[in-house]
Design a protein around this ligand. Sequence first.
Ligand SMILES: NC(=O)C1=CN([C@@H]2O[C@H](COP(=O)(O)OP(=O)(O)OC[C@H]3O[C@@H](n4cnc5c(N)ncnc54)[C@H](OP(=O)(O)O)[C@@H]3O)[C@@H](O)[C@H]2O)C=CC1
Ligand SMILES: Cc1cn([C@H]2C[C@H](O)[C@@H](COP(=O)(O)OP(=O)(O)O[C@H]3O[C@@H](C)C(=O)[C@@H](O)[C@H]3O)O2)c(=O)[nH]c1=O
Length: 293
Amino acid sequence: MRVLLTGSNGQVGFCLKEQLTDEKAATLLALDKTQLDITNREAVNAVVNKFKPTIIINAAAYTAVDKAEDDVEQCFAINRDGPLYLAQAAQRIDASILHISTDYVFEGNKLNEYVESDSTNPQGVYGESKLAGELAVAEACHKHIILRTAWVFGENGNNFVKTMLRLGAMREKLSVVGDQFGGPTYAGDIAHALLCIAKKITQETQIKYGIYHYSGLPHVSWCEFAEVIFNNAMHQGYLSNNIELESITTDQYPTPARRPNNSRLNTSKIYKHFSITASDWKKVLNNLAAYTG
Ligand SMILES: NC(=O)C1=CN([C@@H]2O[C@H](COP(=O)(O)OP(=O)(O)OC[C@H]3O[C@@H](n4cnc5c(N)ncnc54)[C@H](OP(=O)(O)O)[C@@H]3O)[C@@H](O)[C@H]2O)C=CC1
Ligand SMILES: Cc1cn([C@H]2C[C@H](O)[C@@H](COP(=O)(O)OP(=O)(O)O[C@H]3O[C@@H](C)C(=O)[C@@H](O)[C@H]3O)O2)c(=O)[nH]c1=O
């Protein structure tokens, strides 16, 4: 397979680049933002026409959830228009596109886990732009996989794990929301899931294209997630002080963008069609070395 990877320096992009580099069956062209700006349609077309990928994996995105509220145009350019150009280019050469989306396309008021067919209703600009990106990709390219994931953390880039470790080293007490629930997901596991799908697309003809949910288990609140991070950090010697963790409500932690209270994604469909199991995020936190400093 010939894989064009965009956004190769992000959390997921970085892991994908590593895993695809090790994959003998893949010829990889991995490009970061400085090498390919996905909002530049001509640049996208030129790269695709020259490299002729069989699979495009889009790991580029605008992910600053609060900043997006005041940066609507840029957020939509990266999360809707860029994916559209990639999907149109893929369709022209009969390639497949693997695109990543988010739990924030949902309102978050469902009582149990979200399945792929549930109605969307994003609560902020980031979620709206990601939903617009999903629709654009699905309409532009027949052979599309849209992988909705959640609460991503990886070695490369900013994430909640690194934020908690940084704040934990500076403070004795932290207040974290305890009424938003979801599945933390390791970026390396998302990369692995996408690689499995890419291989299956290359090897088999009967692929069920469409939307898939992929995230981590067990589901927790952000506060419970923070508790696990701090316990691990204490045991591994990355925190010397005990953190007093207070569970607060969403209303007590006002942010420019509203987050869904329920972000729990059901991952049965991806298991059924691709035998891919949920991310085991607790196992990853057994080694926090890469998240400190
Ligand atoms: N982070 C999370 O918690 C979650 C993420 N997702 C989705 O997963 C995917 C990967 O996210 P993640 O790896 O965390 O994101 P990151 O923000 O870590 O990485 C995104 C990458 O895209 C790059 N980028 C931004 N604009 C452009 C552009 N115009 N052209 C090319 N590259 C660009 C960024 O560069 P730079 O940093 O220099 O701007 C960055 O390297 C995204 O689709 C995201 O929406 C879904 C659920 C949760
Ligand atoms: C730093 C901090 C955050 N919080 C809350 C705010 C928020 O509700 C929650 C998570 O905060 P963050 O800003 O780190 O996470 P956020 O940027 O909302 O993370 C989201 O990113 C995008 C890209 C996604 O697609 C989502 O799946 C999700 O991972 O924790 C606290 O309660 N206390 C704190 O000290």
